[in-house]
Design a protein around this ligand. Structure first.
Ligand SMILES: Nc1ncnc2c1ncn2[C@@H]1O[C@H](COP(=O)(O)OP(=O)(O)OP(=O)(O)O)[C@@H](O)[C@H]1O
Ligand SMILES: [Mg+2]
Length: 728
């Protein structure tokens, strides 16, 4: 974002000092820019920077806002508190761990998905055994039950007993399916799921474990229960602003409300047309609740500063098809730009080639790669795009893929560090079992059970002579632990944090885990090693007071192996592109089945998946689609990221790994945006749709590369536009 001189409408928001305000405005209207300006105005009016709290959607956005505040107002970036809801919640929990019965010497640990799953399944297995119930069946039911549980927690409900849990789960299920809750019809499996989930919460508390939803619900509950703490926090954070508030869920809203209700200085900024996380419980209803609770006046911004008028018009036409939206007008005063382009390819790989060609053409015009982005609805699109980009030698960075902290090697190192610091972190040591030669899963579980029974911790176990009752596995584990503790503790006094971590990483690389050597694929092995180096680099740069805590925050950060500096093309899911902008945006997969998303169809299965069975263990950025208005909002977010040029790429045939080849028509949004196909494009598309047997790339290599057979126009040189301007 460039430095801006606020308009009159924006100035009124920027100058707003005391009391509540809601800003509802379209994409690119300067909402975020105005909030940043407001920080400066508040400081001019005598507010201490430390009293300002800005909550934003992602750590990346938080970092960007901090940097702007620093640059524009000459502040140290950390003076103004800029955080995410999860980050804020985590800091609260650390500060008030006594409220949750955590001793001074104990720190919270944020569980990763695997830990969560393991813990849940372990508890479930015990309940299943007691009731003579099939463990596998229960595991399956737990997956769905956990998704509902997570949703309940995001709505502020976390029952502490089984009967309330049963009622809550049934209600949550019915809110998804539209059924009427029937609390009489409880089956054994429902009871077992409820028992497991209630026990899961208890076990986490006992061990100081947190899952993602806890980062929000625990602080909110505490703030409600202890109003004095909320009041103290409100004194600390006198001026609170929330960006992207359309994606705030109920518990996030309550968290901020508990604090802000004491001074009412809360400004919420959002665009209901960009609400793209309803599947995670985020609801525009919270904006309405805010207006009512705080009697908040509404301010609007109408001029779009990001995009030229042709893009803004297309976006407005599209989003007007949504029925449940607040009326808004948007216009741009930049009337010079090109119409969005629609580009047709026969097959997905050809679509990737078209994108490569477009990127190269822009590069040849002197556009840096960092000014371009390729956006897509589903992560799987990277499997189609990456090979083409690699082959063309175009450096790129993927945002929103598997997050850095979910990578196997990073999880393993985190588990090692956890064991080194928390000697009763049973989930961490269990996560390391596959790396310990001579100790099987059952052996490890038995050992941990015994340690727990004897109230022994891992350090105690390592330094004492392994007692007979631990058996052979005990000796293996002891050897492993002694070696680890030596790396972590011997002669480390006075060493900087990153040096200690360096030693631990080195130990992991060389030591009993032989983590990297186990990987057969050379490229993956190198990448894994690089990722560990990157982690060390991060720690070195961050100079944390406590690197253990720093690593624990990893899962709630947006840190990736992203290249913030340097010239890279950005590949991103639409979800992750929120709030960002690029001069040139390409949307990959502007096809029916991808936009709107219908996962079932794209896998070659008939029925649309409504997303109800989404495995909520996956804290990724994707659902399964199936909500028509939300899908349209996603398309709206994608196209409003573009400042100067927008191209929408369609392929008639997609074949994602693991699925069947499918033939699809262009996205219906094309028509809704007021764009039309050229006669050539219409011919290519109807040709493809007439083909009865879609051809798979794998089964028919020759035909896929056979450009001569393709009626798609080919381009003689890189300067050529990759596709036809459909209105031109
Ligand atoms: N008054 C202004 N003059 C010039 N440029 C402006 C002005 N206000 C905002 N901009 C620019 O317009 C672009 C969009 O602004 P910003 O990102 O703040 O919009 P937004 O409303 O937050 O968008 P989104 O809904 O996508 O989050 C930025 O490049 C910003 O610098
Ligand atoms: Mg914004």
């Amino acid at each position: 974002m460039a430095e801006v001189k606020l308009t009159e409408q924006q100035t009124r928001i920027g100058e707003h000092k005391d009391g509540s305000l809601i800003v509802l405005a379209g994409a690119g209207s300067g909402k975020t820019a105005t909030l940043v300006q407001r920080v400066g105005r508040l400081i001019d009016k005598g507010v201490s920077p430390r009293q300002i709290l800005m909550i934003t959607f992602s750590r990346k956005a938080a970092r960007e806002i901090s940097a702007r505040v620093e640059r524009q107002f000459g502040l140290d970036g950390s003076d103004v508190v800029v955080d995410t809801f999860h980050g804020f919640g985590y800091r609260f929990l650390r500060q008030h761990k006594d409220l949750f019965g955590l001793g001074e010497d104990m720190e919270w640990v944020i569980l990763n998905e695997n830990d969560q799953k393991r813990l849940l399944n372990e508890i479930g297995a015990e309940f299943a055994e007691k009731s003579n119930f099939d463990v596998k069946l229960l595991r399956k039911a737990l997956k769905q039950g956990f998704a509902l549980w997570s949703l309940m927690k995001q709505n502020g409900i976390c029952p502490g007993n089984v009967s309330d849990a049963l009622i809550g789960l049934e209600k949550a299920r019915c809110s998804r399916t539209g059924d009427t809750p029937n609390h009489e019809r409880v089956q054994l499996v429902d009871r077992l799921v409820a028992e497991t989930l209630v026990q899961y919460e208890r076990d986490k508390r006992k061990s100081g474990y947190l899952d993602f939803d806890d980062l929000l619900i625990l602080p909110t509950k505490a703030l409600k229960r202890y109003p004095d703490i909320a009041r103290a926090l409100s004194f600390q954070h006198q001026y609170i602003m929330v960006d992207e508030s359309q994606d705030t869920n109920a518990v996030q809203y309550w968290m901020v409300k508990e604090i802000a209700q004491h001074h009412k200085n809360l400004v919420m900024v959002g665009d209901d047309d960009q609400g793209i996380y309803t599947w995670r419980g985020a609801r525009v209803a919270n904006l309405k609740r805010f207006i009512k609770d705080f009697n908040a006046p509404i301010a609007k911004l109408e001029r779009n500063f990001r995009s030229h008028s042709r893009i803004v018009e297309c976006a407005s036409k599209l989003i007007r098809h949504n029925k449940s939206r607040l009326p808004k007008t948007a216009y741009s005063e930049d009337h010079g730009g090109d119409f969005p382009q629609f580009c047709v390819a026969q097959r997905d790989r050809e679509m990737a080639e078209n994108i490569v060609r477009e990127v190269k053409a822009r590069q040849a015009q002197g556009v840096p790669l960092s000014d371009m982005a390729v956006l897509y609805r589903t992560n799987r699109m990277t499997m189609i795009l990456e090979p083409a980009l690699k082959q063309a030698g175009i450096p790129y960075t993927v945002v929103g893929g598997m997050s850095f902290y979910e990578r196997k090697e990073i999880q393993a190192i985190t588990a090692v560090v956890r064991v080194a610091h928390r000697w009763k972190d049973w989930q961490a040591i269990k996560a390391l079992q596959p790396y310990i030669d001579g100790l099987g899963k059952k052996g490890m579980n038995d050992l941990i059970q015994k340690l727990d029974e004897y109230d022994e911790n891992l350090l105690g176990f390592a330094v004492h002579k392994a007692p007979q009752q631990y058996g052979k596995g005990g000796i293996v584990l002891q050897t492993f632990l002694i070696s680890l503790f030596e790396a972590a503790y011997s002669d480390t006094e006075g060493l900087p944090q990153y040096k200690i971590l360096e030693r631990i990483v080195q130990w992991a690389k060389d030591g009993p885990m032989k983590l990297l050597d186990r990987e057969k694929d050379d490229a993956i092995r190198v990448k894994r090693s690089e990722n560990l180096d990157l982690l060390l680099h991060e720690v070195r740069l961050a100079k944390p007071d406590d690197y253990f805590q720093y690593l624990m925050e990893g899962p709630i950060s947006d840190y990736q192996d992203s290249h913030d500096q340097g010239d890279y093309l950005t590949l991103s899911t639409i979800h992750r592109s929120k709030g960002l902008e690029w001069p040139h945006v390409m949307v990959a997969g502007f096809s029916n089945g991808l936009m709107p998303l219908d996962t079932g169809r794209m896998n070659g299965r008939p029925a649309a998946n409504t997303g109800e069975n989404k495995n909520k263990f996956e804290q990724d950025d994707e659902d399964d689609g199936g909500r028509p208005e939300e899908e349209r909002r996603l398309a709206y977010v994608a196209i409003t990221r573009a400042a100067q040029s927008l191209s929408l790429h369609h392929a008639s045939l997609y074949h994602f790994p693991g699925g069947e080849p499918v033939v699809v028509e262009p996205s219906p949004y094309l028509e809704e945006m007021g764009l039309e196909l050229s006669p050539q494009q219409a011919a290519i598309i109807s040709n493809a749709l007439d083909t009865e047997q879609p051809l798979s790339y794998q089964s028919d290599q020759k035909k896929t590369t056979g450009a001569a057979q393709s009626p798609t126009p080919r381009y003689a040189d890189d300067e050529s536009r990759p596709a036809l301007n459909i209105l031109g």
